[in-house]
Design a protein around this ligand. Structure first.
Ligand SMILES: [Zn+2]
Length: 355
């Protein structure tokens, strides 16, 4: 096992224990958010603080030893879809909030009872007005590969030409329309590339195909550099939305597309860069408070984007994980602040346009 993976696994196990969590809470003063520029006195909180919970919806599960079995390793672990969505919906229903599900179209490779279960869970989410967005993992999406009659061996946009990316996104859109209906197809405007691995031509393809919101960016973070999941948002310092550039995807001042980038919230923890993800347990709560206090809301609402994975909400038997419980606690904490609203990414986008 690779060293980083071993460390990750150690941390996952560690924060799953009561002691680990208590220690992490003690250390959470180490959470910092750079470049929010909010000065309290000049920063009247005129507009609401928007919390946008996004779920990358894909196959997989959490093993008993806390190891993550991702879609790439077991693309047929469709439980990641039906148990995953069900577990998350239980939490979202309890809090009466709306969220966004970024769907990998691999779910449409399932058959029979499993296919029906996935359709049922997705149908339930749609009926309750959650948003369906598109999430791309070409190398583990067999439905997509079948449709395009070819194999893909990388997740990251960096490994495909512009024409290939156009075809891939178009085909995935087509699959959503075919299986979830024309209405959902028409409403599909939000996007996240798998492993955050968007590039300039990918942005260009999204723009061409009519997407309006992207949430692939993880400001300040890059990774998987020697792998087919390579991604790089290290040059981006901005946490506020911007117009995505189709010539240099990390540029935040080009204004040359119709796509609003609403980045995933990121933060520093003693110099380590992390995403606003419930796997980071109590650090997510601390990061939320930093953003809540410091983000400038004098002219517009601020959208705080949280990322979670359907397959990280459950073990193989469907039982809820620590990450799911931590997501539940996070929502309870965020709700306590009167001017916090939970919205879908599409709603956040619309609010940013008007306010
Ligand atoms: Zn993914």
């Amino acid at each position: 096992m690779k060293r980083t993976l071993r460390i990750k696994l150690f941390l996952y196990r560690f924060v799953s224990t009561a002691l680990g969590k208590a220690l992490l809470r003690l250390m959470s003063f180490g959470v910092r958010v750079k470049n929010l520029d909010g000065k309290k006195e000049k920063n009247p909180k005129k507009y609401p603080f928007l919390v946008v919970i996004t779920t990358d919806t894909e196959a997989g599960y959490v093993n008993k030893d806390e190891r993550r079995i991702w879609q790439k390793e077991d693309p047929e672990a469709f439980i990641g879809y039906y148990y995953g969505i069900r577990n998350l919906m239980n939490i979202f229903d309890k809090h009466r909030i709306k969220t966004t599900f970024f769907l990998s179209t691999q779910c449409f490779s399932s058959k029979g009872a499993e296919y029906n279960k996935i359709k049922k869970e997705l149908g339930n989410a749609i009926r309750k007005e959650h948003e369906i967005g598109l999430h791309l993992h070409p190398d583990s999406d067999i439905a997509l590969q079948k449709k395009l009659l070819r194999k893909f061996n990388a997740t990251s946009a960096f490994f495909y030409t512009y024409r290939e990316k156009l075809k891939i996104i178009k085909a995935a859109k087509g699959l959503i329309e075919k299986h979830l209906g024309k209405t959902i197809g028409k409403k599909l405007i939000s996007f996240r590339w798998g492993n955050w691995a968007l590039d300039s031509n990918g942005a260009r393809a999204l723009n061409k195909l009519g997407f309006r919101v992207d949430s692939s960016a993880t400001p300040g973070i890059k990774g998987h550099f020697r792998a087919k999941t390579k991604y790089d948002w290290s040059k981006v310092k901005r946490h506020y939305p911007w117009k995505l550039s189709i010539t240099d995807y990390q540029a935040t001042n080009h204004n040359n597309s119709n796509i609003m980038e609403v980045p995933i919230a990121t933060f520093d923890f003693f110099g380590i860069k992390l995403r606003a993800d419930p796997v980071n347990s109590v650090l997510l709560n601390r990061a939320f408070m930093e953003y809540y206090k410091k983000a400038d809301r004098s002219k517009k609402s601020f959208p705080f984007v949280v990322i979670t994975h359907s397959c990280e909400s459950m073990y193989y038997d469907g039982k809820p994980t620590r990450a799911l419980k931590d997501l539940d606690s996070f929502i309870s904490l965020a709700k306590k602040n009167g001017d916090v609203e939970f919205v879908t990414l599409k709603e956040a986008y619309e609010r940013m346009l008007i306010s």
